[in-house]
Design a protein around this ligand. Structure first.
Ligand SMILES: C[S@@+](CC[C@H](N)C(=O)[O-])C[C@H]1O[C@@H](n2cnc3c(N)ncnc32)[C@H](O)[C@@H]1O
Length: 282
């Protein structure tokens, strides 16, 4: 089981990447919380791949005052930064973190089958075998509790007016996931992943993730796009997915696009939730 979901996380955890993730979180979290089955009756949440902990704390703010959220994260730097970012946030007292792998959750015997809600966001796209993680999540939730998956299907991405070099660089970016053994389209498989682990009452949604030039959010989504592409440049070049001249020209064209008065970016984050049957999993 230990290496079943072994993976390389494409974005890493250096300070520039942490800043990108943090900006994105501030903006996206409200829509994600609104989509989730959270209320004052939710007592215990497990957050798998908790990253910088912003969403972990956001979930804590949407549940019972006595509720708790346990974040599981593999990378020690993410865990350390998550603790720093929580300083001064009253929600941080409801949150605790544990280092461990999503494919081999570091839970105590009594914690399996005990959580009201088990959640993961932007993690399944970074692992080779997402089904191993969803199986662990289904085992961690209590009968009648919910498993919530949110993840990317990169084919959902659209820019308008489309910069000339966009399709080439986006294709290379998607292929770079595959070179790592990961699925850039895992978002479309979320319902299947839940169904295969015996979850019931499955529903799905698409969380809007974009904006047009005059919206306040636009610089964040545009710089996020440039950030993920530039951050993956070395991998794309090393894998021969694009040559450097084409890469640099595409980045310049996207940068130019981001200054257009009618620039638009549309993206939908795939969402699925399912309930563990009373009396067990499959
Ligand atoms: C893109 S971040 C998302 C963080 C958070 N879930 C969010 O939505 O803001 C993905 C996080 O998952 C962590 N991660 C990736 N693979 C993991 C694994 N197999 N086990 C635990 N954490 C993992 C990475 O270190 C990173 O912090």
């Amino acid at each position: 089981m230990k290496n079943a979901a072994a993976s390389q996380y494409i974005h890493g955890s250096d300070p520039v990447e942490q800043a990108r993730l943090s900006r994105l979180n501030d903006w996206l979290n409200r829509s994600c919380i609104a989509a989730m089955p959270l209320d004052a009756s939710t007592m215990r949440i497990l957050d798998v791949g908790s990253g910088l902990g912003q969403f972990t704390r956001a979930m804590a703010s949407a549940i019972s005052d006595e509720g708790t959220v346990l974040g599981i994260e593999r990378d020690i730097r993410q865990l350390e930064r998550a603790k720093e970012l929580g300083t001064g946030d009253p929600m941080a007292v409801k949150v605790s973190y544990r280092q461990g792998d999503a494919g081999n959750l570091p839970l105590e015997a009594h914690e399996w089958g005990s959580f009201d809600l088990v959640h993961t966001r932007f993690v399944l796209e970074h692992v080779k075998r997402p089904e191993v993680i969803v199986r662990q999540m289904a085992a961690a939730v209590r009968p009648g509790g919910k498993v919530v998956l949110m993840d990317d299907d990169h084919a959902n991405f659209r820019l308008s007016p489309e910069p000339p070099g966009f399709s080439i660089i986006w294709e290379a970016y998607m292929r770079s996931y595959e070179r790592l053994g990961n699925d850039p389209f895992v978002g479309r498989r979320l319902v299947t992943l839940l169904k295969n682990e015996g979850l019931d009452s499955i529903s799905t949604n698409l969380i809007f993730f974009g904006g047009s030039a005059e919206q306040e959010i636009f610089p964040v989504v545009a710089s996020n796009l440039l950030g993920i592409l530039i951050g993956s440049k070395d991998l794309m070049l090393a894998e021969g997915l694009i040559d450097e001249r084409t890469f640099d020209a595409s980045i310049a064209q996207i940068d130019e696009w981001s200054r257009l008065p009618d620039a638009v970016l549309w993206y939908g984050l795939n969402y699925a939730e399912g309930m563990r049957k009373n009396g067990g999993g499959k």
